[in-house]
Design a protein around this ligand. Structure first.
Ligand code: BGC
Length: 882
């Protein structure tokens, strides 16, 4: 039976806050094989019963089941749209109508128009306290719809009649506030009643006003928190009314005495004002409440946030309550994460609970907080009444453990729970195999992602940093995008990357950029705050990765000028095609660095020029995909010139790379900068350089993501697996053996004896080295994208077996449905099961196979190396021997 499994809208499920005509797509399922869509019919309606049709495509003959962007219907603000589709396939079968999907629009035609109101005064500039704002209003007619748009300078939670609106945390998220601020859209129709109603908001300092960044400065964007909202109510007589923030709202301090991203929160429950956000709040409240004032913020800089909202995602109980050798009581949640702790407490007013969150225990099993640097990560709560349940409001911690510094009464594990928080993204990938250490590595990669995709892709969630380092986000992008649907998350961040780009097209080291102009006292950043190879290349590589994964040309169009400007920046600052510029991080934290240095041994000229070539090539490919033939030709020529210069400069006459580092060999191979005749030699040399380290890698941020690819793509499959499976220092599995639950910043973050790398920079939750994850999906499971037909319309299944694995399963939930590849080995032959989604095709390449046995009239074609099998949709089984 042919059916529609899911509709996606702008690659999301039922988004709220759509401000332009969205792209619509669907995934199909059928019990037949080789199924293609022949035609579809798409309807969009104002009502969920599809009686008031706004759009009907009628039957359209095409196999296209994604990227439909109908525009022949009116798109109005604050309106629910319902979408359904039915399809016909190549067997003549027609589906029934799909389940309906919906989207809620934000502000479509109009710009933001509500004032920003604050309960703070100028004297509060140095404080990071919480404030309340509230407003009563009366509704005299029956409500048919009420859509609430809200945002803040700072962080906020909003309320209607005492109830929290939506489930966002850390809203409105972190953007380049100087140019962009996002508002959230919520449907609160069922909450607004006839009679008196109350809107309220609780505000905190957040990234906007609190201390943030390496320069230890506060008020980077402003010195007063402020709230802005508009509630659009539609009545049953068709009339509408908008309630806005204005100077009639009242404001007061809240029980949050202090709350900041790094340092945690102090909350005094004795200062609570029960009912402050309800219509029943008594009139004598005026005690301490005063009229708010307004703060200026350019309304044209306020944009909708349609998805990827930060939320509480997992609830994790205490694994163990420990008493350390030093006598500290410590909660162990068994998982390093970003989030917060919620606890229950019974006490007298003024009794104190204090928790200090941290990541690891030291060699003796005691609390280790030195690597948090100046981040206090401390939660202090004063009881206001006898029974309390509390979690912090405007902060998050990076932690696995919490030291209980104070708690009245008996400490019971069941009174504490960790709540992991990150941007909401649909999990899309699955990888598991017969090696439990690799499964733990995969787990750690996913948790590195979950801990650091908190509105911005951060380097780490715990120390006084947590910044959107572009390099980290670039090298991990492909891995992240296998594991979760990052489309919205990265699209949003890339807009900030553009907003921060220098007039010449330079790309800042961190996005949002909070280092330019204030880093003169930083030993490193005073040398430059933008345009480092591998970091700035996020401008091209991240859109490229989204384009490959989702097949979305929209993102390419959106980022096109920015990508081009970045390539042109490199051209402008290059000399005879060799590019280098100001501060470079090079092969950051590679182990071939000189003693005490963070900079790996691979020369910057080489790393910079290699990335210059790679980004130029990707940009030329995207120009072609958009049909921009002139740019394609121009940048292909540039690319060829850079490659020729790279070869002439960094290889000697005999074909040896002048830099004898692993990373130099890795990028020369992976970026295809090695002449054909020298590929074998370069790959052999890479193996020797690994052998020289007793089979270990010593690569940093630049070499690590690609080292296994550079080996496996060039005939060194055995060596790639050996590297992956090493489990002594330095290696991926060393961390696993040491009990890691996330990925570490340094290979040797914790030594075998439990002693630590220097506390100055030693995160145990840094996703960068988790970039090996893409090798697990692309090579071990073999789920690979076909660049010619991105988005998995035609996919490649290219598993490379090895590593003593006898069972591997990888799956990716693409825009067309699940692509999966599972292989098992019984000691003599391999069994492969592949799933190809309806309306797509795939080609299996078994490069190692000496024989292939197919069933069901599928042919294996002998290739120069191994076999090729072409497949239509369905689940297919075959056997092969190597
Ligand atoms: C961060 C890295 C980042 C680097 C830049 C560090 O402090 O934690 O992950 O990319 O600085 O070199």
């Amino acid at each position: 039976m042919l059916k529609i499994v899911k509709l996606h809208i702008d690659f999301m499920n039922c988004p709220m806050g759509i401000a332009a005509y969205p792209q619509i797509g669907w995934t199909l399922d059928s019990d037949k094989t080789n199924v293609c869509q022949q035609a579809y019919r798409l309807q969009i309606s104002n009502d969920s019963s599809f009686e008031e049709l706004l759009y009907d495509s009628d039957w359209v003959e095409t196999d296209q089941s994604a990227y439909h962007r109908p525009t022949a219907y009116p798109l109005k603000s604050a309106n629910f749209y319902f979408v359904r589709v039915c399809v016909k396939d190549n067997y003549g079968e027609a589906s029934v109508w799909s389940d309906k999907a919906s989207f809620l629009t934000g502000l479509v035609e109009e710009a933001w128009s509500s004032p920003f109101i604050t309960a703070e005064s100028e004297e509060d500039a140095a404080l990071s306290k919480g404030t309340y704002v509230r407003y009563d209003f009366t509704v005299e007619k029956n409500v048919v719809s009420a859509v609430f748009f809200s945002t803040a300078l700072g962080l906020y939670h909003s309320y209607v009649n005492g109830k929290k609106i939506g489930s966002d945390e850390m809203a409105p998220g972190w953007t380049t506030y100087k140019k962009r601020l996002l508002y959230q859209t919520n449907d609160i129709t069922t909450e607004i009643k006839r009679g008196k109603n109350t809107l309220g908001a609780h505000l905190g300092a957040g990234w906007y006003k609190g201390l943030i960044g390496l320069s230890k400065k506060r008020n980077l964007y402003g010195d007063r928190t402020a709230f802005s909202a508009q509630l659009l109510i539609t009545f049953d007589d068709g009339t509408q009314e908008t309630i806005r923030t204005n100077e009639q709202w009242e404001g007061s301090d809240s029980p949050v005495l202090f709350s900041e991203i790094y340092d945690g929160e102090i909350y005094d429950g004795r200062l609570e004002q029960p009912g402050w956000n309800t219509p029943d709040f008594p009139d004598d409240r005026l005690n301490g409440w005063k009229k708010v004032t307004t703060v200026k913020y350019p309304s044209h800089q306020v944009f909708a946030q349609p998805g990827s909202h930060v939320k509480v995602i997992d609830t994790i109980p205490v694994k163990e309550l420990i008493t350390t050798p030093e006598g500290d009581k410590v909660l162990d949640f068994g998982q390093n994460m970003a989030g917060r702790i919620e606890f229950k407490v019974t006490g007298r007013p003024g009794d104190r609970v204090q928790l200090h969150c941290f990541e690891v225990l030291d060699a003796h099993g005691n609390v280790y907080i030195e690597n948090l640097r100046d981040a206090k990560q401390t939660i202090t709560f004063y009881c206001g009444k006898e029974q309390e349940t509390y979690h912090p409001n405007f902060t998050y911690q990076g932690f696995r453990y919490a030291k209980i510094c104070a708690y009245p009464g008996e400490i019971l594990e069941e009174n504490f729970v960790a709540q992991s928080m990150h941007s909401e993204m649909e999990p899309t990938g699955h990888f598991e195999c017969s090696n439990e250490d690799l499964n733990q590595l995969q787990h750690n990669i996913v948790w590195g992602l979950k801990s650091n995709f908190l509105d911005v892709p951060t380097d780490c969630p715990q120390r006084d940093e947590r910044l959107g380092w572009t390099g980290d986000a670039q090298i991990f992008c492909r891995t992240a995008t296998y594991n979760m649907n990052t489309h919205q998350f990265f699209s949003k961040w890339l807009k900030d990357l553009v907003a921060d780009q220098t007039p010449e097209g330079g790309v800042t080291h961190v996005v949002p950029d909070i280092i330019t102009g204030i880093s003169d006292d930083n030993w490193l950043l005073k040398q430059g705050t933008h345009s480092a190879a591998a970091w700035a290349d996020a401008a091209v590589i991240n859109p490229w990765t989204l384009y490959l994964t989702f097949g979305d040309l929209g993102i390419v169009r959106e980022q096109y000028a920015s990508m081009k400007a970045w390539i042109d920046f490199m051209t402008l600052h290059s000399t005879n095609n060799i590019w280098n510029y100001q501060l470079q991080f090079g092969d950051w934290v590679a182990l071939d660095a000189q003693e005490g240095s963070y900079f790996g041994a691979t020369p910057n000229d080489l790393t910079c020029t290699a990335y210059y070539a790679y980004s130029t090539l990707l940009f030329a490919k995207m120009a072609k995909a958009l049909g921009n033939h002139e740019d394609h030709a121009q940048y292909t020529t540039l690319y060829e010139r850079i490659v020729a210069t790279f070869i002439a400069t960094f290889f000697d006459q005999e074909g040896n790379l002048t830099a004898q580092t692993q990373t130099a060999h890795v990028i020369a191979l992976y970026f295809k900068l090695t002449p054909k005749k020298w590929i074998e030699k370069t790959a052999d040399r890479l193996v020797k350089l690994i052998d020289r380290e007793n089979g270990h890698l010593v690569t940093g941020f630049v070499g690590t993501p690609y080292i296994c690819h550079a080996l496996s793509q060039n005939g060194k499959i055995k060596e790639a697996y050996e590297l992956l499976l090493k489990d002594d220092l330095p290696s991926w599995l060393y961390q696993v053996k040491m009990g890691a639950t996330t990925i570490w910043e340094h290979w040797d973050g914790m030594k075998p004896d439990g002693t630590m790398w220097s506390a100055g920079m030693n995160s145990f939750n840094h996703y960068a080295y988790g970039a090996i994850g893409e090798w697990l999906y692309r090579v071990v499971a073999g789920i690979e994208i076909d660049e010619e037909t991105p988005g998995y319309k035609h996919c490649l299944i290219k598993p490379l077996v090895g590593g003593n694995l006898n069972r591997v399963k990888g799956a990716y939930n693409s825009v067309y449905g699940t692509v999966s590849s599972e292989w098992t080995y019984n000691g003599t032959e391999y069994e492969l099961t592949v799933e190809i989604p309806v309306n797509t095709t795939g080609t299996i390449y078994l490069e190692q196979a000496s024989e292939v046995i197919c069933k069901n009239a599928i042919d294996a074609v002998k290739e120069d190396k191994g076999y090729r099998v072409h497949l239509g949709s369905g689940i297919h089984h075959l056997q092969f021997s190597v």
